[in-house]
Design a protein around this ligand. Structure first.
Ligand code: 5GP
Length: 201
């Protein structure tokens, strides 16, 4: 069985990345969303164990000490991390996984695992970012300002990514992400182990 692929998707917050990732997971077979751990309190519509594993600061620090994260980062004053165990399980089961992570986390994964497909999602115009953040209505003014500042820095690291999706029309962005995943699934390295077994070559 082939190893599961890792798709790390980053974007400045407000680019529509989370909705995009969720939609594609819904549409494609054998693709899961990796559920991160975070110390951020849940938003009104979020469910523990579905959107995130919401944990206390103490719990998160313990997990860091026990080396349970393949990557973790402080984003907008909260900690976020990807558990190594679930990633390894998906890999072994041949299930592809989408990581919705920030640029720091994506960098750590790339360095550590030396594999993965790195995708950056951008809104069509800089002004669109603020509009979307405000439209979401889940964050206060201070938080929005901090996120906009952070966005500039994140976009500066776009050169580390393999693919860029401009999220102008949501349906088009979904098609682009699906196409990237489909193409990566056809890569020789992904397919050859199974072909060798089937054809005895
Ligand atoms: P939000 O609080 O809006 O859900 O997420 C804030 C940022 O944290 C987003 O850029 C999101 O991609 C990132 N993030 C979510 N989970 C993880 C994770 O496990 N690791 C890292 N490094 N970033 C994450």
């Amino acid at each position: 069985m082939r190893k599961g692929l890792i798709f790390a998707v980053s974007a400045p917050s407000g680019a529509g990345k989370t909705t995009l990732c969720k939609k594609v997971v819904e549409l494609l077979p054998d693709l899961r969303h990796s559920i991160s751990y975070t110390t951020r309190p849940p938003r009104v519509n979020e469910v523990d164990g579905v959107d995130y594993h919401f944990v206390s600061e103490e719990m998160f620090v313990k997990m860091v000490e026990r080396d349970e994260f393949v990557e973790w980062a402080m984003v907008h004053g909260n900690r976020y991390g990807t558990a190594e165990e679930s990633l390894k399980r998906y890999e072994a089961e041949g299930i592809d996984v989408i990581l919705d992570i920030d640029v720091q986390g994506a960098g750590q994964i790339r360095q550590k695992l030396k594999r993965g497909v790195y995708i950056f999602v951008l809104p069509p115009f800089p002004e669109e970012l603020e509009k979307r953040l405000r439209g979401r209505g889940t964050e206060g003014d201070e938080v929005i300002k901090a996120r906009l500042l952070n966005a500039r820095e994140e976009i500066g690291r776009i050169v580390n990514y393999d693919y860029i999706i401009v999220n102008d029309l949501f349906e088009d962005a979904v098609e682009r992400l699906k196409s990237i995943i489909a193409a990566e699934r056809c890569r020789r390295e992904s397919v050859l182990p199974q072909i060798k077994e089937d054809w005895g070559i």
